[in-house]
Design a binder for this molecule. Sequence first.
Ligand code: ATP
Ligand code: MG
Length: 585
Amino acid sequence: MRLSRLHFKTLREVPKEAEIPSHILLLRAGMIKKTAAGIYTYMPMGWRTVRKIENIVREEMDAKGAQEIRTSVLQPGELWEESGRWSAYGPEMWRLNDRNDRGFCLGPTAEEVFTDIIRGDVTSYKQLPLSIYQISNKFRDEARPRFGMMRSRDFIMKDNYSFDRDEEGLDQSYEDMYEAYTNVFTRCGLTFRPVEADPGAIGGNNSHEFTALCEYGESEIAYCESCDMAATVEKAECLDDPAQDDVEMLPLEKKHTPGTKTIEAVAEYLDLPTEKTIKALLFVTYDEEGNEAGYVAAFVRGDRELNMTKLANILDINQYAIEFADEEKMAAKTGCVGGFTGPMGLHDCTIVVDSELPGQKNLCAGACEADHHYINMNYGRDYEGDIVADIKNLQEGDRCPRCGGVIKHARGVEVGQIFKLGTKYSEPMGCVYKDENQKDHPIVMGCYGIGISRTFQAIIDMPENHDDNGIIWPMSVAPYHVIITLVKAGDEVQEKVASQIHDELEKAGVEVLLDDRKERPGVKFKDADLLGIPVAITVGRGAADGKVEYKLRAEDNKEEIGISEAIERAIAKVNAEKDGRHFFK
Ligand code: ATP
Ligand code: MG
């Protein structure tokens, strides 16, 4: 392909809205273009890479016996009514009506549609197991679309659904997908870690996220240095500090603590460590119509952080249906006092107490009275919770809940997630099979997603896949394998040599770009680096003596070598790495 014919435009300036390397570089390299907030167009070179990622995904899915289909992005609301998610899915769903006022959505995922397809097709256990997938655009009206295609409102997702007779079958399907995902992300050149995850709105009881490790990621994971425990911070269980059974309860005492509205302030004022205090967090919840449903006061030890996912799960509500309360409004109803709220003296609200607090003695908490705290507050004697559960984050430095080792945190990008759904969809939607005795059973399902467009970006954010000058694509997903830079367009010898290399590489199945533009060499070299093509061959003055320059994008070293040697080396390099299997250890 001649660059002079390719539709592309690189930018010298860093676009204002871009904050992370992948977003900046994709825009600068002209591989994507913004259409609206959270909505992007893939330009020719970006689209080539996306198709390569899709094909790696296809190969690994097909290798596990999964079959590709394609459903419509338009999904009828009736199917979502059947599963109970039409009202439960929340504001991320793009809803629309047809001319007859029937409700539809632009599919954010497709559990319902796939369950509907299978319930019509499968009757007997003999037809199971089945695994079906699609690669298509998904739509979510994200509250905060950002980082380009990392969190966009229209994105490409591979979604796969497995259908088994029983839990054992599901375990096998899940394991197959776990392996396929490991292969996909390895072949794409990601450094990643599968971690235990919260199943969220999709449902089910067992889930892993595949997290590409990088500092720009929005996910935070907690892992143990001594054992293989690794989980998203939302999901990670905590080990409570040991109960202080042998500590004597001291008499409750009210203290005047003027102006001490934060844990740090009251701890300092009373000269207490923060782990001797109780932190209050106040929330309002909403029902399915969006009306206020009630108030919640959550309490954790002063040195802990509240975990919103755990709190929403224990209250059995969606995370979008709970938010921080307007303290004044809540005060009138429940008796809370901004900055001085404690678990004593609250009324008309649900009190959720972290599982660690009942075992801790003689704590300090707000007195629900301005400028006052209690000290020596004890669970059972002075206060109680409507719910007692683990609602805190596993923090860095905490002890591992499995082995007692030291917990570390890392950041990353969630590129895929796999779930055991069980019968969450098949039961309400009547997706059943008949066993050997003609008895009906709900089909046991799993679902498995990969964010193709997010993976596209996460690859670039890996530290080894970019530098100050641009992208460094792994061969397996590079838009082209080799770029030939013709230093002086119009020079007869150089043009001839460049064309010869181009043609021979193409004949050998190498995807090659020839930069034949009438631009200054400096501009061409800059663009080649920005585009991140793995192998660069420069045809300049040396061409007259049969010499060209050979350089890998990932390395600094340049070599002047013979034309045929350059061709041979390029072909060998491309063939060794183009399917990404060289990344397997
Ligand atoms: P997140 O927690 O990041 O919002 P999710 O858990 O809601 O994602 P899933 O429903 O598990 O996402 O979707 C499967 C995959 O699709 C995710 O692992 C992610 O890679 C990708 N994905 C989800 N939302 C987006 C988005 N708004 N933009 C790009 N990719 C997305
Ligand atoms: Mg997810």
